[in-house]
Design a binder for this molecule. Structure first.
Ligand SMILES: [Zn+2]
Length: 456
């Protein structure tokens, strides 16, 4: 009943007040997702050309670069033609953030989205209102692929106490409209998790949403103390790579499939699994994605660096933005019938690689997968590489961790990196989080430097 009231009265009211026409946009997007791939590609080409002309006319930074490279928006006759345009790196974005703003939006209201990034230097992106509203509708569309019904309660596990932020009006809106409850993942003690689990039993959520590893930690707790008592319609894992062992634990705890999603602060939602859980549909109404094949970064056919173009944000156009992640494209149709293009997987951040002494790059996601599942008594593992010939494994042990666990670490490290790599073990109480509340399992400034040098 409350869900119906929320969906049919509260939501249209707030949308009307905000002037953002969210329900109408959502209806349009829900229809478009079932268009054929050809129709979707034609629409992307049109949006892409509009964005390129807009940038050419109102962002001198792009015009200067493109003139120097000998390209013009007129050259883009099909989507593949964008490949001639220069790449925008994260360093470019940091160095030229102010110049990438469109002067046509100088006097307009913009939203600021800040990302901390792996270097710790904050980066702020300006997003115009129209783009923000469409992006919000795109995210809602994908939220529902998880099984969640709009208007039912949402439980979030997030890196800041978002519930405490904003004006009293914003908080009221969240309480009535979004019906949200939060677990602050910077404060995930057993006591806080118990309180949160009890809240969710008392007021069942339609959706549980959070960082992959925070969801995992909470699901381990729920499995132990409250198994079978929390049954959301959907669970969405986002903002971090989702390991299979994490997915299994979360699905056991909540008895519902996990919907893996990929996005970033700069672009919002990029791709999401649908109910088939067989790859991720790209959010083609908001972004255009290119995967630049690179065999040193991905062993899968076609895998490589992900380069993104925002089709909506005119206040600060991001065109061919190299986001720093590695992905594998997927061809063919999805059984769900949606025509949105697909990624097979996002296999890692460029930052999540380790450099072996012999010069090979090894994907952090597969390394941490092995270390986390094959070492007896290791409940969490973080790999830190401080030099080319040495790694440190931070391990959170339980009572089963013993001398055989240490031997296993030595064996695995020799297998992956060869005999020259030194592997030290550091036993810790917990893996420290980043300020955003995310966890990183593989930290190698050595590999990041190597990859950067390769790209030059
Ligand atoms: Zn699908």
């Amino acid at each position: 009943m409350l869900a119906l009231l929320n969906r049919h009265i509260a939501q249209p009211f707030f949308s009307w007040k905000a002037g953002n026409h969210l329900p109408r946009r959502l209806r349009i997007l829900e229809q478009r997702q079932f268009d054929t791939p050809k129709v979707i590609a034609a629409r992307q080409l049109e949006s892409l050309r509009e964005m390129l002309f807009h940038a050419w006319e109102t962002v001198p930074f792009y015009r200067n670069r493109w003139q120097a490279a000998g390209v013009h928006p007129e050259d883009v006759r099909q989507l593949e033609d964008l490949g001639q345009f220069p790449i925008l790196t994260k360093q470019d974005l940091r160095a030229h953030a102010a110049e990438i703003r469109s002067f046509a939006y100088a006097d307009q209201e913009v939203f600021r989205k800040t990302t901390s990034g792996s270097t710790g230097v904050p980066l702020t992106i300006a997003v115009d209102r129209e783009a923000m509203d469409w992006k919000r509708a795109c995210t809602l569309r994908s939220d529902q692929w998880s099984g969640w019904r709009r208007g039912t309660r949402v439980a979030r596990l997030w890196g800041h106490a978002a519930a405490d932020r904003g004006s009293w009006k914003a908080r009221l809106r969240r309480a009535i409209l979004d019906r949200e409850s939060y677990l602050n993942t910077l404060d995930m003690t057993a006591e806080r998790m118990k309180e949160f689990a009890e809240t969710l039993i008392h007021r069942p959520p339609g959706l549980i949403f959070g960082h992959a590893h925070s969801l995992y930690l909470f699901s381990v707790f729920v499995r132990k103390h409250f198994l079978g008592r929390i049954h959301p319609d959907g669970v969405i894992s986002t903002a971090m790579l989702l390991h299979n062992w994490q997915r299994t634990a979360i699905e056991e705890a909540f008895g519902t499939p996990v919907t893996n999603r990929y996005g970033c602060e700069e672009l919002s939602l990029i791709a999401s699994e649908c109910g088939e859980h067989d790859g991720l549909h790209l959010n083609a109404d908001s972004v255009f994605a290119e995967v630049i094949p690179d065999a040193t970064l991905s062993t899968e056919p076609g895998g490589g660096r992900l380069v993104m173009t925002d089709l909506l944000n005119r206040a600060m156009p991001l065109i061919r933005y190299q986001i720093g992640d590695v992905a594998v494209p997927k061809s063919g149709n999805c059984a769900c019938g949606r025509g949105l293009p697909m990624l097979k997987s996002v296999t890692g951040r460029e930052a999540d690689y380790v450099l072996a002494p012999d010069g090979r790059l090894i994907s952090g996601i597969s390394l941490t997968d092995h270390y986390a599942t094959e070492i007896r008594g290791a409940t969490q593992v973080q790999l830190v590489q401080e030099s080319r010939s040495g790694i440190r494994l931070r391990i959170v042990p339980d009572e089963r961790f013993d001398v055989s666990s240490r031997e296993r670490v030595a064996i695995l490290s020799r297998e992956f990196f060869g005999p020259e790599m030194r592997a030290d073990i550091e036993l810790v109480d917990r893996i420290p989080q980043e300020p955003s509340g995310k966890y990183r399992f593989c930290i190698s400034p050595v590999a990041v430097e190597h990859i950067r040098a390769m790209g030059q």
